[in-house]
Design a protein around this ligand. Structure first.
Ligand SMILES: Cc1cc2nc3c(=O)[nH]c(=O)nc-3n(C[C@H](O)[C@H](O)[C@H](O)COP(=O)(O)OP(=O)(O)OC[C@H]3O[C@@H](n4cnc5c(N)ncnc54)[C@H](O)[C@@H]3O)c2cc1C
Length: 1001
């Protein structure tokens, strides 16, 4: 699901999102008191209450008198009657109770108007919630003043209510200082109360601005040296205050700008339309702003007479029929609002293009909180949980809408939503593809084969994520879900998947920050690659889930024949037996000892061996049929997810990177730190299955390359290449052999490495490059000539070439007896003008031969160790087979030739193993160089021994032995190939002979 955003061609979703007040919780609710950064000489604004922050008693009275047929002006006159000693001022100084005041007030009003006046009724209205409400323009102004670091105060002539509380229908938190006449016993315009207020603010009079609607109060303040504003109309007063302070006091509508010239809409006809829509009494000018991200569907903020609206229109010009479907957005929001889903309230759809040139719709502007960062910084874990719980609840609500009842039955196609989505993504990806992304190729193959089997149909949002939700500023409640541009009828699982995406993406990922639409092509490429890898990880996990979900009996469906042997090790009669050496006492007592059986290994290594054996039994052998099936299938060039899963499991069990010898990695920084002898036993066990080495990250050519990097790599080279290889996240290849020269002789290698402008430029033709076709292959260790005129062994150099470097062309995969060894394969490759930075050189120019020798030392013997494993497995399979099949009246095993073959195989395996162990032992105790003769001998012996043993097993199997049902055919091909790979038999034979003649005459 998560790839969809990358493929979307339009930017239209941003417009909608921008249509709502967006700010992070931190920004909005951060500390009230910021450093003083505005306001010029002023450091505080002091507000009167009635007439400034809330309606004045005079204004309330005027309307009330009309409605209650009381002579106009009665209340006002009564309020000032008696001056300082009149009931009103006494009441405001807290000297009389409400009841006493009303009694006296009633009397005065009746005298003035010659009629009975229901003053209780007036008083209730004056103090009612619906009248005593703070003007929004003042609320905005106070927020802005405080945001600039200035103080605010309310200095009010007010009174006590019957409940003993003072009348102050304001949020006290808005003010640094609150001064109430009834509490202080002093009223404006008495100077003392102004001074009290200033004192509490800690300011001089000239540092404050005072706002009041009564002239006498303003005068008193001015006489003290305060700057004053006489308030007749709150809006106008705020404008005056803005001029004095020098900054805006209006809430800025986020993500808006003045309407661009090319995006202007006819204001007059829009205004007329809006006045008709909202009612004729609406007054005031029309304010119009444009949201920043409305390139696709231009979106505007409108303020008209206290109404705040959002207008969303189609862009001008000719449009594709299905694009910019504002009608659909309007329709779904309207229907969902009726079904109880919180959505912005849509007001009107105008399809008449004559009004502003295109169809448009209007919705209410909703202020609230939008959490832009899905990690919800600044919130407690419990609050985060609450936010996500609210998000889930609203998603459930969307998915529970009865779309038929909501009139949305025809809102989208019914069924096959996810298959259709997948096809659309593939099409869109192909249309915008710039280079091959291996994980994407795998996904394109994998996804259609792994679609959910069951499907539900509901309304789907299509882009359900946290920053498309508007939250209540105080409660954890979703006020509105917006961005319905991709909504349709579909499978609700897609919304669930999409909403979980933020959990898996790194916090810096641009999609989470709403920058995807402005990403450069290169950035989008990187994002696509990242997302593909991430998605592929899910595919791998899914493979593992299926595997785990298989019934417990399933692994037992393997045939006895494919299974025979390994399980019986080492104690079953007839299986390989050992002569155990005395148990070494310390952990590494086996270093320096020729341990000829696993029982002789030190306890920790023996434990490791047992763990490995158990893993082979439980996981590797049972997986073989599936892995063989995969290798024969059309998906074989995509690594099997099962292998990836098993890799994770092996890693978790510590069965990982066992190959790195102690001598190369003495601090055990990278691997298990086994000796060559110890590893020989474990490696033989891995050799029982062709798939095992990779599962334990112990397979060629990575092992040789990793060792090369450990030994010769710089820290930078290690960080870039060794780490992902050790983690099993990347694979590598080694490119030496060339078709046009006899490559048994490494000095023949012709590929050129030229220095040019601080780079090395490679040109060459290679083949039999194992692993190069693997989509995970990221590194090519390349051998070529830097100086053809240098002494023969100093002409070659080794470069680390990233596989995505331009100029590397894999011409074809080669086959071994028709087997292509997917997914790594063996490739024929052209390197044409491949440029790599100079830091890609290993060790230095001319040192390639030396490196290749070092690289092949342990690698060569690993092949031999594994070949012993192949042979053991082949013999085990053969024994099992001949015991169970009858020909010419008796079991095959009773045929003399087969007995001879079995005996011969056992003898040959034992001989070869002893030689392998001896070579490994010498490598441990005298080093690779001194062990050269033994390495050459075993390399000469092991492949042909294995070749013969496996050949006998195949023969005993009958035709089945050649088939893909058993590992024999592949073992055979591989043993044959190893008579060439890493040097043909003859080369080793020649080396043995040379040393024999030199040393032993
Ligand atoms: C399955 C497989 C995987 C491989 N993977 C890789 C890889 O990843 N990277 C890579 O660079 N290469 C790889 N190779 C190539 C392998 O290393 C070469 O095939 C090998 O070094 C031989 O080179 P060549 O094929 O050019 O044979 P040549 O050098 O042409 O030799 C041909 C034959 O000449 C004979 N000969 C050669 N030298 C002598 C001698 N001194 N005395 C007597 N006879 C001799 C032998 O019979 C030899 O087989 C792979 C090969 C195979 C089959």
């Amino acid at each position: 699901m998560c790839l969809r955003r990358l493929f979307r061609s339009s930017h239209l979703h941003w417009a909608w999102r921008a249509a709502f007040l967006k700010h992070s919780r931190c920004g909005h609710q951060g500390p009230w008191r910021w450093t003083h950064s505005g306001g010029g000489p002023y450091r505080a604004v002091i507000f009167d209450m009635g007439g400034v922050l809330i309606p004045s008693p005079g204004k309330v009275a005027a309307e009330w008198e009309v409605q209650n047929h009381i002579p106009s002006g009665t209340i006002l006159k009564a309020l000032i009657t008696g001056g300082e000693n009149g009931p009103w001022l006494k009441f405001m100084r807290g000297e009389i109770t409400k009841e006493d005041f009303l009694q006296e007030f009633r009397r005065i009003c009746s005298e003035i108007s010659n009629t009975s006046v229901p003053v209780d009724n007036f008083f209730s209205l004056l103090t009612s919630e619906q009248v005593a409400k703070q003007f929004p323009v003042m609320t905005e102004a106070i927020i802005q003043i405080r945001a600039k670091g200035l103080q605010t105060a309310v200095l009010s002539n007010n009174f006590y209510l019957s409940n003993g509380k003072s009348f102050l229908p304001l949020d006290r938190k808005q003010f640094d200082v609150v001064v109430e006449s009834c509490v202080e016993g002093v009223c404006k315009p008495d100077h003392r109360i102004y001074k009290l207020c200033l004192e509490r603010l800690g300011l001089q009079p000239s540092e404050s601005i005072f706002l009041d609607d009564l002239g006498q109060n303003v005068k008193a303040a001015a006489s003290l040296g305060m700057r004053t504003i006489k308030v007749n109309d709150p809006e106008a007063a705020v404008k005056e205050l803005e001029t004095l302070l020098g900054f805006t006091l209006r809430t800025v509508i986020p993500n808006t700008h003045p309407v661009r010239k090319t995006m202007e809409i006819p204001k007059d006809s829009l205004e007329k339309y809006l006045r008709d829509l909202l009612g004729t009494q609406t007054t005031g000018p029309l304010e119009l702003l444009q949201f920043d991200h409305g390139q696709s569907n231009p979106t505007y903020y409108i303020k008209l007479a206290g109404h705040q609206l959002v207008l969303r229109k189609k862009p001008p010009g000719t449009l594709l029929p299905s694009a910019h479907a504002v009608e659909r957005e309007f329709r779904i929001m309207k229907a969902l609002a009726s079904a109880g889903v919180p959505v912005p309230k849509v007001l009107d759809l105008c399809e008449d293009s004559r009004v502003i040139g295109t169809p448009f719709y209007l919705m209410e502007y909703c202020p609230g909180l939008i959490y832009k960062d899905p990690s919800l910084p600044g919130l407690e874990p419990s609050q985060r949980r609450a936010v996500y719980a609210a998000m889930n609840r609203v998603l459930c609500k969307i998915h529970s809408v009865d779309f038929k009842a909501a009139g949305l039955e025809d809102y989208g196609k019914h069924g096959d939503y996810i298959p259709r989505q997948v096809q659309t993504w593939i099409k869109q990806y192909r249309a915008s593809e710039t280079s091959t992304i291996p994980a994407m190729e795998r996904l394109i193959e994998w996804l259609p084969l792994h679609l959910p089997r069951q499907e539900k149909i509901t309304v789907v949002h299509g882009d359900f994520r946290l920053d498309n939700l508007l939250f209540h500023p105080e409660k954890t409640e979703v006020l509105a879900v917006f961005d319905w541009e991709l909504s349709t009828l579909g499978d609700p699982l897609s919304d669930v998947a999409y909403s979980c995406m933020a959990h898996y993406l790194p916090p810096s990922f641009p999609i989470l920050r709403g920058q995807a639409s402005s990403a450069t092509a290169e950035q989008s490429g990187k994002m696509t690659e990242f997302m593909s890898d991430l998605a592929w990880e899910f595919a791998v996990k899914e493979g593992f889930r299926i595997f785990k979900g298989m019934p417990a009996t399933k692994p037992l469906t393997r045939s006895y024949h494919t299974w025979a042997g390994p399980r019986s090790l080492p104690s079953t009669p007839g299986a390989r037996s050992y002569i155990p050496l005395p148990e070494p006492s310390s952990a590494h007592a086996s270093k320096g000892a020729l341990v000829i059986s696993p029982e002789g290994l030190s306890p920790p290594v023996r434990e490791l061996y047992e763990r490995l054996k158990q893993f082979m039994d439980r996981h590797v052998y049972p997986a073989e049929p599936e892995l063989r099936r995969h290798q024969a299938s059309a998906e074989r060039w995509t690594p099997s997810p099962l292998v990836e899963d098993l890799k994770e499991k092996a890693k978790a069990k510590g069965l990982w990177n066992l190959f790195l010898p102690l001598e190369t990695d003495p601090e055990r920084k990278y691997g298990a730190g086994l000796t060559n002898v110890e590893y020989a036993h474990l490696c033989e066990l891995m050799g029982m299955s062709l798939y095992a080495p990779e599962i334990f990250n112990c397979s060629a050519p990575d092992t040789g390359n990793m060792e090369l990097l450990v030994r010769y790599g710089t820290e930078e080279q290690k960080a870039r290449w060794l780490t992902p290889l050790l983690e099993g996240k990347a694979r590598s290849c080694f490119a030496m052999t060339e078709p046009q020269v006899a490559s048994s002789d490494a000095t023949n290698i012709e590929s050129s490495i030229r220095e040019e402008d601080g780079f090395y430029v490679i040109n060459g033709h290679k083949w039999w490059i194992s692993g190069i076709l693997d989509p995970r292959c990221q590194l090519c260790v390349f051998m070529g000539k830097t100086d053809p005129h240098a002494p023969r062994h100093q002409q070659q150099s080794v470069l680390l070439v990233p596989m995505d470097t331009p100029g590397i062309k894999v011409i074809r995969p080669l086959t071994v007896y028709g087997l292509d060894d997917a997914p790594g394969g063996h490739g024929e490759v052209l390197f044409e003008q491949v440029r790599v930075p100079k830091e890609s050189m290993v060790l230095g120019p001319g040192r390639g031969f030396e490196i290749a020798q070092g690289r092949l030392g342990p690698g060569r013997i690993h092949h031999c160790m594994r070949l012993i494993g192949h042979s053991e497995r082949a013999l085990a399979l053969m024994k099992a087979r001949v015991k169970s099949r009858v020909a010419f009246g008796k079991p095959l095993v009773e045929q003399g030739t087969l007995l001879a073959d079995i005996a011969q195989s056992r003898v040959e395996i034992e001989q070869a193993r002893l030689l392998v162990l001896k070579a490994a032992h010498l490598m441990d105790v005298v080093g690779n160089k001194a062990a050269a003769l033994d390495i050459a001998m075993i390399k000469m012996v092991a492949p042909s021994m294995a070749y013969r043993v496996i050949d006998r097993a195949i023969q005993a199997f009958g035709a089945a032995g050649l088939s893909g049902d058993y590992p024999l055919a592949q073992f055979f091909a591989w043993a044959r190939a190893l008579r060439f790979a890493d040097g043909p038999d003859e080369v080793h034979r020649a080396a043995v002979a040379k040393m024999e003649l030199k040393n032993r005459i």
